[in-house]
Design a protein around this ligand. Sequence first.
Ligand code: PLP
Length: 566
Amino acid sequence: MFQLKSSQNLIAYFSMEIGIDPQILTYSGGLGILAGDTLRSFADLSVPAVGITLISEYGYLNQHISSQNQQDDSFERWQIERYLDSLAQEVIIRADNSDIYLKLWRYTVTGLSGHQVPIIFLDANHPQNKPEHRKLTQRLYPSNPSFRILQEIILGIGGVKALSVLGFQPSVYHLNEGHPAFLTLELLKQAKLRNEPDPIKYVRNHCVFTTHTPVESGHDKFEAEFVKTKLDEFDLLSEVPNAIDQEDQLNMTLLALAMSERINGVAKKHAEVSRMMFPNFMINSVTNGVHHGFWTTPSFHMLYTEYLPGWNEDPFSLRGALKIPRELIKEAHNENKHRLFEHIYKTQNVSYDPSVFTIGYARRITKYKRPDLIFYDLNRLIQIAQKYPIQLVFAGKAHHEDTVGKSLINEILNLIPKIKPQIRLVFLPNYDINQAKLIIPGVDIWLNTPKRPLEASGTSGMKASLNGVPNLSVLDGWWLEGAIEGITGWSVGPYPHDHEKISDLDCIDSDDSEDLYRKLEQIILPMYYERNDEYNSVRRYGISLIGSHFNSHRMVQEYILKSYLT
Ligand SMILES: *Cc1c(COP(=O)(O)O)cnc(C)c1O
């Protein structure tokens, strides 16, 4: 489907969210950031590609913290006209028994050597549309199933049509998660019109699918009867084996699996878990990576440029970080720590002490990620802090409708006064790309304590290592591949055994938190306070062993070899 050095090649990268610029609010978290990093690497590596996503006029959500310590959400329109080019072409799709008009916008990612990767944004706020349809692309991940399915129809069907009116002829369609899977039906329809001998096979040959989560609610399902009322191409679904399951539900992941020849998970462990969830499919893995240029702070940028010339074009050369003097790594980190503490002082009016060991935690706040694990035994945590001072920086949004996630935020905020005499804790509101660039490199350790095996990959820990911040994480997702105990960081909890089931509850909060406390008290904190040089070695090994491998340049090259080339 994709040939090296042929002018016919183009990868169309479909994603419900893309985080390409801090001001372009068309992302919510890890999935969108990954899409952005992928497109940045496509551009740097001169890979012919185009990205397709929705305009998400009002973004995901703006998080405010109320005086009652609750997450309050607001939705504000971002400045689309300022950041995107308005295109003259438009698209009409047939859905919800209507014609839905889509306006198109474009952003261009320019790589290091000038190669350009356009991103097309689909916008249903068109004067020809019914008022309810004009609202379809306002918010990312609405809970209303009608909005949700119509968004997915717009992304999949509208996306294929948009590429066609803009003159793109992709040879590969990459489905980043199941949301864009309706694109396979549009391709199927076209293949049948052209009398392709085996239309299903034709579509499968051109589609690559990446699945992103073992969490059940992360796989969109819609009642077949309901789909029939929304999707004009409904009849085509009968040609796709098992897309509609025994409960008469359309499962977007099963549709994507059935229609894609190449299927990947986002880490080796995740592929193994996905094969258990979907035993009838060949699921491989391409472990995620982050864009090194985008996620490296100015202080480390300067250091790498001095010691590892060419690292920006070739992130694999970061392995040479071992020749950078440890004191310089410490200095570059101190600069990041100061930047973060300045921000904390300005926004929270709390003084953080740069000599104190600082633990960072930020990501989407939701139950299975256990943001509260470190608070499992408060007395124990306070005891540790009396011996070795610690301070904590937390951030993260809960989904608008995730009441459990929101109550976790409330509980963490309520802890602030309780532990105040011994431990400083702040919760920085409205976690986004800019905050991630400030928080992750500014702390001394990056904590991640999800319930295994539900963390498909995770990427924020890679951003930490890239900036000399060691990880302290549960052995799941990418960290199973990145962790070398005491060298690149530390693990929390046991090493997983092979083929453990998702339902196995061997991941117990009390055991995992106990291990976390023990690691901090006996290993990490003594090293930081008493043998700081050794701690700086861990920082340096992280850059060398993790930064050089867990980057999106390596990831994109693997995708080309394993999935795009036939
Ligand atoms: C990297 C990033 C994420 C993903 O974090 P994980 O820890 O991998 O879940 C989410 N949100 C933002 C803003 C990020 O930069």
